[in-house]
Design a protein around this ligand. Structure first.
Ligand code: HEC
Ligand code: HEC
Ligand code: HEC
Ligand code: HEC
Length: 227
């Protein structure tokens, strides 16, 4: 009997290990009472008692997928990463300084631009957004830099991985990279776009900071790069 109970406990423990870690009390939990160790108090709600609402709504979203409750920054007008060794098509896409309208990276930048305030969600159900601050310039989580549109000092995102890989022998095949990253790591209508979420899991801080997998021994980098 005791053995069975122990086995059951072990199985429950294993099952919970296999499941994703929760967003609750991470830096992406901005609800009133969150203990997410956020650098500035003004980033967390003072009365909003829901977590998902800062990003999602079940009805009347601003953008249908993923039931998005925030107005995103414009798709154009970005200063993107550029270098002489980036493969041609990636340079072309990035050189244009724009994202596709459905780019997941724009969803991240609706907070990480350092310009848009955390409380800037729109909810038709009548939950009033609060007067919260934007991620301050001093925070390392401010990715947008001056003006909120500078991504030239960030790993390139918002282009077709397969197009880049076809011209860059230092990258693994899309399918291999996707498997290495745990699946569903590329986005857009083609399912081939590399975005912030190719490296990050917005709801899961099991590998801080919200990484898809450990970067011990650069495992995250080596998921895509053949170096
Ligand atoms: C800080 C913003 C943010 C918060 C808060 C948030 N999400 Fe998300 N969620 C996203 C983004 C961005 C995506 C788009 C895909 C991705 O990056 O994983 C997404 C995608 C999803 C998806 C579809 C893809 C998947 O991962 O299954 C579900 C379901 C989801 N969120 C549920 C929730 C629920 C439930 C909550 C609250 C407990 C929540 N989210 C809180 C940003 C957020
Ligand atoms: C609703 C606003 C919001 C959205 C949308 C959002 N974040 Fe964040 N994120 C935050 C805040 C607030 C922090 C903490 C900032 C601070 O501590 O100064 C944070 C912190 C982070 C951190 C650093 C965590 C740490 O431990 O230092 C990462 C990585 C991150 N976010 C990635 C993402 C990615 C990738 C997306 C899109 C898939 C995203 N975030 C979307 C609000 C957001
Ligand atoms: C190629 C993988 C990759 C991509 C793409 C990527 N990140 Fe990160 N990000 C990382 C890694 C790895 C870290 C941890 C950095 C460290 O520990 O020095 C990180 C750290 C962060 C942090 C914490 C601040 C810091 O400097 O450590 C934030 C915020 C963040 N990322 C947001 C984003 C956003 C927003 C995007 C899309 C515009 C994005 N990331 C795209 C890999 C990536
Ligand atoms: C999801 C796949 C993916 C992951 C994970 C990834 N990269 Fe990349 N990386 C790319 C792609 C695609 C490019 C663009 C290559 C090109 O167009 O030539 C790139 C470009 C770069 C560049 C610029 C190359 C140049 O020619 O200027 C550097 C440097 C780089 N990555 C380093 C890293 C590091 C360090 C990590 C881990 C923290 C990492 N990458 C993780 C896919 C990835």
């Amino acid at each position: 009997m005791k053995k069975i109970a122990l086995l059951a406990t072990a199985l429950v423990a294993m099952a919970s290990m296999a499941s994703a870690a929760s967003i609750v009390n991470t830096k992406h939990d901005l609800h009133f009472g969150s203990s997410g160790p956020v650098s500035d108090a003004g980033l967390i709600g003072t009365n909003t008692n829901q977590i998902c609402i800062f990003c999602h709504t079940p009805h009347n979203p601003v953008t249908n997928v993923p039931l998005w409750n925030r107005a995103n920054p414009a798709a154009g007008g970005w200063t993107m990463y550029a270098s002489p060794t980036l493969s041609a098509s990636a340079t072309t896409k990035l050189g244009g300084g724009s994202f596709d309208n459905d780019s997941i990276s724009l969803f991240c930048m609706s907070c990480h631009d350092g310009v848009t305030t955390m409380g800037a969600f729109t909810n038709k159900a009548g939950i009033t957004p609060e007067a919260l601050i934007a991620i301050p310039g001093a925070s390392k989580a401010n990715i947008g830099g001056a003006g909120g549109n500078k991504l030239n000092n960030d790993h390139p995102v918002g282009f077709n991985y397969e197009d880049a890989q076809a011209q860059d022998t230092g990258l693994k095949a899309l399918g291999t990279a996707n498997t290495n990253l745990g699946g569903s790591a590329f986005f857009g209508a083609t399912g081939k776009m590399i975005e912030c979420s190719s490296c990050h899991k917005v709801h899961d801080n099991a590998f801080p900071p919200f990484l898809r997998k450990t970067n011990d021994n650069s495992a995250l980098c080596l998921a895509c790069h053949d170096k």
